[in-house]
Design a protein around this ligand. Structure first.
Ligand code: AP5
Length: 218
């Protein structure tokens, strides 16, 4: 859709809403990098943002930054993260909403570790719909359970992340993923936006597969 058509589509908005909308980047390209804990979302995000100039929004990183600053949000979040449980939806949705507003001129967002529940997915869709820049695709990294555990146990030897320190918490994170997060893929499947990518093997080969899918949609 051309920029002017997008503006026309929102012409039922009040003049002040339209003025705000006009200041946003209407050609944003937004992606979700999806997958279980340890599937390589963070590793691949670092490479993708360099290649495509996208703004990386990782809710895990945002929460760890709140914890490091000992904010009330961080203190609340830590009690869930240390047990391998998801932080409540309202906390995470508020955080991502501010981050989107603070980066309205970006070329696009790469969401990593968000959305993690159907409620988060619906909230994200609404936020992006209002900006006329929906999710282009959800790239889903597929990695077997034993490989995930092996990677996270190994990372726990050096990462200092409290949720990597023992296998029991790692298994709790995986259980939480199966119980609450896999439904997010079902949400985007309905719109034909889910692309499965083999997440095992060489990091550069996985990156190439991700790039091929992105290039086909840009
Ligand atoms: P978050 O920070 O999102 O962590 P996660 O999903 O558990 O993911 P990880 O960072 O552990 O793994 P990853 O997929 O990024 O893989 P990585 O590239 O690091 O969330 C942490 C917690 O915050 C949650 O448990 C929850 O409490 C809370 N939270 C966050 N978002 C939330 C939300 N939206 N709602 C509610 N709560 C939320 O790789 C892992 C390891 O594998 C690394 O050591 C890496 O070097 C290695 N590796 C990567 N690729 C390969 C490869 N191809 N081969 C071999 N090793 C590899």
């Amino acid at each position: 859709m051309l920029k002017r058509e997008k503006l026309a589509h929102f012409s039922h908005f009040s003049h002040s809403n339209l003025a705000n909308f006009a200041s946003l980047n209407l050609s944003m390209f937004n992606l979700i990098l999806f997958g279980p804990p340890g599937s390589g979302k963070g590793t691949q995000s670092e490479k993708l943002i360099l290649a495509y100039g996208l703004k990386h929004l990782s809710t895990g990183d945002l929460l760890r930054s709140e914890i490091a600053q000992q904010t009330p949000l961080g203190i609340e979040a830590r009690s869930f993260m240390d047990k391998g449980e998801l932080v409540p939806d309202e906390v995470v949705i508020g955080m991502i909403s501010s981050a989107i507003d603070n980066n309205s001129q970006t070329k696009g967002f790469l969401f990593d570790g968000f959305p993690r529940t159907p409620a988060q997915a619906e909230a994200l869709d609404k936020l992006l719909e209002f900006k006329g820049a929906p999710i282009a695709a959800m790239l889903s990294l597929e990695v077997g359970e034993e490989e995930l555990i092996k990677r996270l146990v190994k990372r726990g030897e050096t990462s200092g992340r409290s949720d990597d320190t023992n296998e029991e918490i790692i298994r709790a994170r995986l259980a939480e993923y199966h119980k609450k997060t896999t439904a997010v893929a079902d949400h985007y499947k309905v719109f034909g936006k889910v692309v499965n990518i083999k997440g095992e093997g060489q990091i550069d080969e996985i990156f190439k597969s991700l790039c091929a899918e992105i290039d086909a949609r840009m």
